[in-house]
Design a protein around this ligand. Structure first.
Ligand SMILES: NC(=O)c1ccc[n+]([C@@H]2O[C@H](COP(=O)([O-])OP(=O)(O)OC[C@H]3O[C@@H](n4cnc5c(N)ncnc54)[C@H](OP(=O)(O)O)[C@@H]3O)[C@@H](O)[C@H]2O)c1
Length: 241
């Protein structure tokens, strides 16, 4: 059976860069599961560029969606890599205006999905004796920004759970790490107004926004370096120093 790498949100900016990076590095040795939710066109175009890949559509904020993803992966081979990348940052609500419905949407998509995918894929990896999980957090796990309360909470919890799973799965051959991107130019950030963008840019030591490829490269390092476990690697140009 082939070794399988699952990238959630491969239809998005960072996810597609991660998928291309893994395809390049593995040179056909890994079967890549390109997960998407609403953007079939983007996922299909990516799949055409990566011959040894398959597409999976699933709403991973739900248990049914996560089951679909796991079953699709097991049909193709043995899970070896899981990149929990899919996520949402909206709605942007100031702290005193947060809604219960927003809590469900953001926490279920960013946190519940990653936790239960780590659990289910982690079990498979432990059974096989090896595996690597990389979670995509955010610089906002450690930085306040008006309108990002629920998003911050989801990412801060994801970082703690990265360390917890690393401690519990490490002894069984499965490493768990995270990357924490800063401001990366993707669909998630393109709607931000220019004044706000300039304010954010002024807080970045390197003075420029990041590209999805920089995040993908960091994911690649966490996959390859077999002595990194439980780490959160910032990819933010020095946004919090
Ligand atoms: N861009 C940044 O500045 C930045 C900074 C820090 C952290 N991050 C994190 O990086 C990750 C990727 O973000 P991005 O910038 O690449 O954003 P993006 O281009 O908007 O991609 C988001 C991805 O998440 C998927 N998704 C959303 N809701 C989903 C659901 N319920 N079920 C399954 N998939 C779902 C989307 O799928 P469809 O499009 O197919 O619906 C899409 O592939 C996120 O976790 C984000 O929080 C981004």
């Amino acid at each position: 059976m082939a070794d399988v790498a699952i990238i959630t949100g491969a239809s998005g900016g960072i996810g597609s860069a991660v998928a291309r990076m893994l395809a390049r590095k593995s040179d056909g040795a890994l079967r890549l599961g390109l997960h998407y939710f609403g953007n079939h066109a983007k996922a299909e175009a990516l799949g055409k560029d990566i011959p040894n890949s398959f597409l999976v559509k699933a709403d991973i904020s739900t248990a049914d969606g996560r089951r679909t993803l796991l079953e699709a992966a097991l049909k193709e081979g043995t899970p070896y890599i899981l990149v929990n990348n899919a996520g949402v940052d909206k709605p942007h609500e100031p702290a005193l205006l947060i809604q219960e419905s927003s809590f469900d949407a953001i926490i279920n998509t960013n946190l519940r999905s990653a936790v239960f995918l780590m659990k289910d894929f982690g079990k498979e990896m432990m059974g096989a004796g090896s595996g690597v999980i990389v979670n995509v957090s955010s610089v906002l796990a450690r930085k306040a920004l008006v309108g990002s309360a629920l998003y911050r909470a989801s990412k801060a919890a994801l970082e703690e759970l990265t360390r917890q799973f690393a401690a519990e799965l490490g002894p069984r051959g499965v490493r768990v790490n995270a990357v924490a991107p800063g401001f990366i130019e993707t669909a998630m950030t393109e709607g931000i107004d220019e004044a706000m963008k300039e304010k954010i840019r002024s807080q970045i030591a390197l003075g420029e926004f990041g590209q999805a490829e920089a995040v993908a490269s960091a994911v690649g390092q966490l996959v390859e370096n077999d002595y990194i476990n439980g780490a959160v690697l910032a990819v933010d140009g020095g946004m919090i120093l």
